[in-house]
Design a protein around this ligand. Sequence first.
Ligand SMILES: [Fe+2]
Length: 322
Amino acid sequence: MDFGITGLHHVTSGVAGAQEDIDFFTQAVGLRMVKQTVLFDGTAPIYHLYYANANAEIGSVMTTFPFRQAGLTGKRGSGQVQNTAFSVPKGAAAFWAERFKRMGCSDGVAGERFGQKRLAFTHPAGLGFEVIEDAADSRAPWTTADISADVAARGFHSVSMAVREGEEMGRFLTDGLGFSNVGTEGAVTRYAIAGGGAAKLLDIVEQPDMPQGSWRFAQGLVHHVALAVPTETEQTAIKAHLEGMGFTDVSEIKDRNYFHSIYCRSPGGVLVEIATSDIGFAIDEPKEHLGEKLLLPPWFEPRRAEIIAPLEPIRVPHYAGG
Ligand SMILES: [Fe+2]
């Protein structure tokens, strides 16, 4: 059944320091910083940093919470996202292997899954990432002085989730959300939505002996994966459908300023968000200058001084734009 999900929306992870995260994503990986704001939930002020491709497209948006200041730590394990993969042009893995090896964040040894070359690399907070060569992805990448368009990341390729058993997670993705099972390779079963291809794939990795990881906010752990729907209409229908299946913990719709969201804990343990694509990042700043200033949602603006005071000072890229 088609519930209107169009692919990945964003991936949100806990990281350690804010500046090291900005340097890693904008310099090492070469993404565009598209938003700096703060975490909307909880009580302690924490940055929420967003990175994406050239057009800040849904399906390319990596977001992070730097939790070092708040001292939030947790355990890596089953029931979590294991790897977040960016799609790069065919032949680009060699560039990334040399680059990440030199930077000390990869062994530089590429592997393969479902016929595509992939290279693992690690974020300073310990998060697992990959670049995967995908010849069919034509999204516009962000480029930097030393990362040209013929090698640059164009957005997400897929997200891999570790589970102890894959069956119920598979049922959640297919019956619950409309994904199709497109094949198994070793411990990995791949699920596709909206025809598949980059940013429309989830890999479920069965690791029966892996101990349970933390679900809480923590540096070095992915907090959730968001899937995209056009509007609240599809979101409301998916909430009702999941509740009809017995998933009583689907959240109410939350206003995330740049999209609206619902959240549901999946049977494998990963927190899955369904986010709308109808608002976007140009709602509060010009699209040529995304991410250059700390922006707060209207309801936090009156408390700006108090929110900003304890945050780690950061330097962000300023982009030449129209
Ligand atoms: Fe999210």
